[in-house]
Design a protein. Sequence first.
Length: 234
Amino acid sequence: MCAAWFLEFIAAVRPIVTKTERAEFIRKRLAELYPDPPVPLDHKDPFTLLIAVLLSAQCTDVRVNQITPKLFSQLGDTPQALAKRNVAEIEAIVKPCGLGPQKAKAIGKLSQILLDEHEGQVPPDLEALERLPGVGHKTAQVVMAQSFGVPSFPVDTHIHRLAQRWKLSSGKSVLQTERDLKRLFPQSSWNDLHLQIIFYGREYCTARGCDGTRCEICSTLFPDRFKPIKTKRA
């Protein structure tokens, strides 16, 4: 996976020991692996991204990308259209994403709120987004980052786990992990970096495929680590 020149470079330099050094190594290596990370949820505008991220709670992106085309083609892809639908219609389609009743109710309510309070537009404001039904801190940050380009660092389960394996955060809470990562990485890197960490966590440093000792980044940063790392859940 790693080019020969890169391994030679790592062998030639002194050990990466400080948290700042680890963060810089991770940032550069992930930028090499994923130079232009795409948003994994299919969408065409801030509203369809908002709905997709809402549906992704406790659901895979693959499943969400299977459901949203059906939802938008059958019931509409605007607040105006979805606010007119009853909860049962929405739930019948989004049920495979899990938590169907809650998500369907949230979609209907937030669509109406966008019409009543935001002229039918998704507001480019973190606090306003967090006040919408079914929209938590992480969801709001994803929309701010990917729809409006505002530097944000949404922390999902992959990021929370890897931040602990890489000793960038204690894992006490998702919010603590977010604060720790924001202090370590330059703000200009946040929007790409949170996606890059997710992709790396899915591809190389998975929950079962790496225990903190096996993937390239873990083994490079901690060559003397031999015991699996137990991580705290998000």
